[in-house]
Design a protein around this ligand. Structure first.
Ligand code: FAD
Length: 391
């Protein structure tokens, strides 16, 4: 049975980042075992193919976890996001869009995977593709069915259960559970929301830039300005993805302002002027809102009353009834319970077993936070393992 210093299970964003940082020490033998026929398949699909690798606002408030202090330690442990990306990608140019999202200059996520592959190949990191790890035993013996390996350290980087076409269906949680690790409840996050469609039937395909609030228990817990896309089941779009992680867990209401850049008073003034110019109520929102949205607002108000129309334009509420589920979600909320994970991301239950990325009970907002977690946690694990080889 071939022995490696470190076996990384899963060649996604976190596993590849960990391997690149570990391979800075050329004395360490590394094997990545990946279930897909290629590494980095999900990474290559991120950010609509453009790879939103991070965000200029790195605050902890953009993350959810059962143990935020550990997440904080990892994302602010003296390595800035820029230095994390430099460790992984080497010399590279990134750019930041007008809302703080960081992308490679190429705007091509697959080019990120290409760079990682080139760096790993040039440093002699071995990869076994199209191979699923079925079991890991203390010691460590890593069992892939027809073939087994042994290792001094094992890193679990198998992701969560979002979008099973990337071989992330949640079956790998059992590799950790076999060591006594617990799984916190998992939910789809950064996902399309199902809503009450009574007033939005007929809006399918319409996209509007809105200010949207997530209301839970009567309180606005998060808000954002961005695109809302109406669908036959409810709503999608970047504003919805941003708010979905909170609403997926607790349910609630969306409050949509269709004219975020115009005050209620200014809208009322224009509508009243239109009436005095002889415009009829059914045309009063023409040219101000998309015709479909205008019809939905007027149908909902059901009265010829400017105040009610303005209120509905500025606060169009939709009850959230569910999500489209894991097959459509970008991330998994919940995962391996962080209470059994030490600050260096090593298992408290089994020395030498490490965790990185989405497998853990850590999820970030839409906007580059999940890839940043994958990269930062991968590099943190590599640095800890490396320090043990130096001793
Ligand atoms: C469509 C889409 C777009 C996204 N866009 C963004 C974005 O723009 N910005 C952002 O920050 N986040 C984005 N995300 C989220 C981000 O991609 C993930 O959070 C991140 O990839 C998690 O990294 P990971 O390495 O932990 O897991 P993954 O990237 O999911 O990798 C896990 C790997 O483990 C392998 N694996 C699983 N089980 C086994 C096993 N038993 N044996 C061997 N291998 C196994 C899988 O094949 C997979 O390659 C997006 C997600 C999706 C689905």
């Amino acid at each position: 049975m071939k022995r490696f210093n470190v076996i990384i299970v899963g060649g996604g964003a976190a596993g590849l980042a960990c391997a690149v940082a570990l391979s800075e020490n050329t004395d360490i033998d590394i094997l990545i075992i990946e279930a897909s026929e290629r590494v980095g398949k999900k990474l290559s699909a991120t950010g609509n193919g453009q790879g939103n690798v991070g965000n200029c606002d790195t605050s902890l408030s953009h993350y959810r976890s059962g143990n935020l202090p550990v997440v904080d330690k990892i994302i602010s442990r003296g390595l800035s996001p820029e230095s994390v990306r430099r460790r992984i990608f080497g010399s590279m140019l990134f750019k930041c869009d007008n809302i703080g999202r960081v992308y490679p200059q190429s705007l091509q996520a697959s080019s990120l995977t290409d760079i990682l592959l080139r760096r790993l190949n040039s440093r002699g990191v071995q990869m076994l593709l199209s191979t699923t790890v079925l079991d890991i035993r203390e010691g460590f013996i890593v069992d892939c069915g027809d073939i087994s390996f042994s290792a001094d350290f094992v890193v679990l980087a198998t992701g969560g259960k979002a979008q099973r076409q990337f071989k992330t269906d949640g079956s790998a949680y059992k590799l950790a559970q076999n060591f006594g690790h617990k799984l916190t409840p998992t939910r789809p996050a950064i996902v399309q929301l199902k809503t009450d469609t009574q007033y939005t039937k007929g809006l399918k395909g319409i996209r509007a830039n809105c200010f949207v609030k997530a209301i839970i228990g009567g309180k606005c817990i998060k808000s954002v300005q961005g695109d809302v896309i109406f669908t036959d089941y409810g709503v999608s779009g970047n504003a919805i993805f941003y708010l979905s992680s909170e609403l997926s867990a607790r349910g609630g209401t969306l409050s949509i302002d269709f004219l975020p850049d115009v005050s209620a008073a200014a809208v009322a003034e224009v509508l009243n002027s239109r009436l005095s110019e002889g415009t009829s109520f059914c045309d009063i929102l023409g040219g101000i809102l998309h015709n479909g949205i205008a019809r939905a607002v007027l149908k909902r108000v059901g009265a010829e009353d400017v105040d009610s129309i303005v209120k509905t334009v500025k606060n169009f509420t939709l009850e959230v009834t569910g999500t489209l589920g894991f097959d459509y979600a970008q991330v998994t909320q919940g995962g391996i319970d962080m209470r059994d994970i030490a600050e260096n991301l090593e298992s408290k239950l089994c020395k030498g077993l490490y965790f990185t990325g989405e497998i853990l009970d850590v999820d970030g907002d839409c906007g580059g936070y999940n890839l940043h977690w994958a990269f930062a946690s991968g590099v943190a694990v590599a640095d800890d393992i490396n320090s043990k080889f130096k001793k």
